[in-house]
Design a binder for this molecule. Sequence first.
Ligand code: COA
Length: 164
Amino acid sequence: MLRAIYPGSFDPVTLGHIDIIKRSYDIVDELIVGVLNNNAKMPLFSVEERVRMLKEATNALPGIRVIPFEGLLVDFARQMEAGLVIRGLRAITDFEYELQMSQTNHKLEPSVETMFLTANVEYSYLSSSTVKEIAAFGGDTSQFVPEAVSLAFNQKKKESNKDE
Ligand code: COA
């Protein structure tokens, strides 16, 4: 049985991530979406919000688990008894970082392999930062993110308007 982890910060999850999740789901027997809880990165959305949005966006895919993790990815993989890590590659610029990460992970835990899926061209320009910038300037993010994320941006906007 092939159990895989698709890890990320998902701050927030975009349709590019969802595309990788759906395609991974068709390949492996069990998929765990691992959400990095790293407050040093100062995320816009708390880990609880990121997990909730991912769960809502993937609820049509039975059996997917969305689980937060801290620390090393290979330790999380061991804990979950997963032998495969999946990452998306959008462009050549992703490659260097991803290669370094997969080689480091392999050195730390040789039983964990990394598999790369190339991002759909439709989403190859997309990033979580871009989406956050669009939202920060009041733009419409709905064509880039799942509905749960658009709603969360609207909610944050309402809250910040109230505070002003
Ligand atoms: N579609 C759209 N966007 C994508 C994407 C895709 N298919 N793939 C990556 N991205 C974008 C994200 O939107 C995000 O954009 P941003 O930089 O503007 O925020 C960026 O690429 C990366 O985000 P994400 O995919 O969420 O992953 P990450 O790089 O934040 O996560 C971990 C990296 C969690 C896998 C890694 O940091 C990790 O394993 N950490 C644990 C510590 C550890 O084990 N370290 C040792 C390993 S060397």
